[in-house]
Design a protein around this ligand. Structure first.
Ligand code: TYD
Ligand code: MG
Length: 461
């Protein structure tokens, strides 16, 4: 028999190569290539002809999928309204961010409402999970708990549990298939185990939730190698230094992907945050230069956040630009527009930008708020503490319309703001903008107008 050729697999992206390299040519990560035993592959011995596949028309019945709400509203919202039977969800996140806590809470809530829920922990012993459940006040939930890593044993138990509604596997990187000759956590093991679990979930019509640790070191395969196999991918993010946690949908075959769920990590587990704006603005101080409130939209929900900018003199040249919570390329563009189109001098200053509260903003609508924070820092003039900002900025300095202006203004009104700085309405916009009572609208067409507003308040241009 021919000697099996070794194969080298990138643990970050799953790319295959014939030899070891220090850097993956596919994804560019360093030190992620690991030798793995060749997969068993399709058996060439089987020569029987396959059965025919049934093809059907597109115009069949297409009812929306049934949903099982877990009772954790923020989790259900990101899922698109609850768990879908016979589906696979991947919950990814850094170690220690709160994945096990979130799933234990969701599983217990679902079990308490009369559904059968199985929780398989490969990382913690039964006593540890029990201790956590007691701490969370969930010890009485009729959840079925097991500590196991051998996937063949787990699969046999799951095949017998056809009435289950939800099965949690914590984590997929600890699962071990004895038919694959490589260590738990490698790409082959992670993919093989996930494939088997998803197959059983589809056959038995339960939802399987796989926990996946985001890893930097190459010996453990990260969640990226599973994203194409599952129906829904959720990332649980947050800064360990902050108590906020954001659950973000990045792929969802059964719902929208731009939804977020906001939680707060407390002594008694994760608490839902129904009004994130109030939380993100809680520590804001009104009269500090370099701060502006952005009226953003995350999914279907408006969220107000504070952006902060600090300028520090650096006359030696090559100034630093450091950003937390926003795109650094976009900041460079905005600074260039402010210098070139509005005459603001920033090239002798380090620029530090921070989105308060640990939220990460991806919307271009934040441009205007960030520009306001930079201008405010540069002129030493605080922004109006009762004002919110939103609008996209183009390369010539023009301020462009953004979606959902009404929702942003309404949220600002709800939180007691009195003014909004937003893009000037264009003539063709025949739908009148809804201006909530008590909110004064300051429409601007060019970033220069914003600089002018600040210049009017201060002696230093
Ligand atoms: P965990 O759910 O174990 O994280 P993961 O499964 O993503 O690795 O959460 C671990 C952190 O959460 C740990 O540092 C302690 C903290 N925590 C609380 O602050 N309060 C709680 O009630 C619980 C259960 C955990
Ligand atoms: Mg865990």
């Amino acid at each position: 028999m021919a000697k099996p050729t070794p194969r080298f697999v990138c643990q970050a992206c799953g790319a295959l190569g014939p030899k070891w390299t220090g850097r993956c040519e596919s994804c560019g990560e360093w030190n992620t290539i690991v030798e793995e035993a060749p997969a068993a592959g399709p058996s060439h011995a089987r020569k029987t002809t396959g059965r025919h596949v049934d093809f059907v028309s597109l115009a069949g019945s297409a009812a929306p999928p049934p949903r099982t709400g877990t009772g954790i509203g923020e989790f259900d919202r990101v899922l698109g309204g609850g768990l879908v039977p016979a589906s696979a969800v991947l919950l990814a996140g850094d170690p220690g961010i709160g994945k096990s806590t979130l799933l234990l809470q969701a599983a217990a809530a679902l079990a308490k409402s009369g559904h059968r829920v199985l929780y398989v922990s490969g990382e913690e012993a039964v006593e540890q999970v029990r201790l956590r459940a007691r701490r969370l006040g969930l010890a009485d939930a009729p959840l079925e708990l097991a500590a196991a890593i051998n996937l063949h044993d787990i699969a046999a138990s799951l095949e017998a549990a056809r009435d289950a509604a939800m099965v949690v596997i914590d984590s997929i990187q600890t699962m071990w298939l004895d038919s694959i000759d490589s260590a738990p956590g490698t790409v082959s093991q992670v993919r093989g185990a996930a494939f088997e679990l998803i197959r059983i979930a589809k056959a038995s019509r339960f939802s399987v939730v796989l926990v996946g640790h985001v890893t930097r070191e190459g010996t453990i395969a990260g969640p990226r190698v599973l994203e194409h196999m599952v129906d829904t991918v959720l990332y649980f993010e947050g800064d360990r230094g902050h108590q906020f946690r954001i659950l973000r949908g990045v792929k969802n075959r059964f719902g929208a992907t731009d939804e977020i769920g906001v939680f707060e990590m407390t002594e008694a587990g994760l608490a839902e945050v129904p009004n994130p704006s109030a939380l993100f603005l809680a520590e804001r101080r009104g009269n500090v230069a370099g701060s502006a409130v952005f009226a953003g939209v995350e999914g279907t929900r408006p969220v107000l956040v504070e952006v902060q900018c600090l300028l520090a003199a650096n006359p030696q040249g090559s100034p630093r630009r450091a950003v937390v919570g926003w795109d650094s390329g976009r900041l460079s563009m905005l600074l260039a527009v402010l210098e070139t189109r509005c005459g603001l001098r920033l090239n002798a200053s380090d620029v530090y930008l921070n989105v308060a509260g640990g939220l990460r903003i991806a919307e271009p609508a934040a441009d205007l708020a960030i520009a306001a924070a930079v201008i405010s820092a540069a002129t030493g003039t605080p922004t109006d503490p009762g004002m919110v900002f939103f609008g996209e900025v183009g390369l010539s300095g023009e301020v462009r319309q953004v979606a959902q202006a009404d929702a942003r203004l309404k949220e600002a009104q709800k939180l007691g703001f009195t003014a909004a700085c937003l893009p000037r309405r264009v003539a063709r916009g025949n739908r009148p903008l809804f201006a909530p009572e008590g909110i004064a609208l300051h429409e601007i067409g060019h970033l220069g107008d914003l600089v002018g507003r600040f210049a009017g308040k201060t002696t230093k241009p």
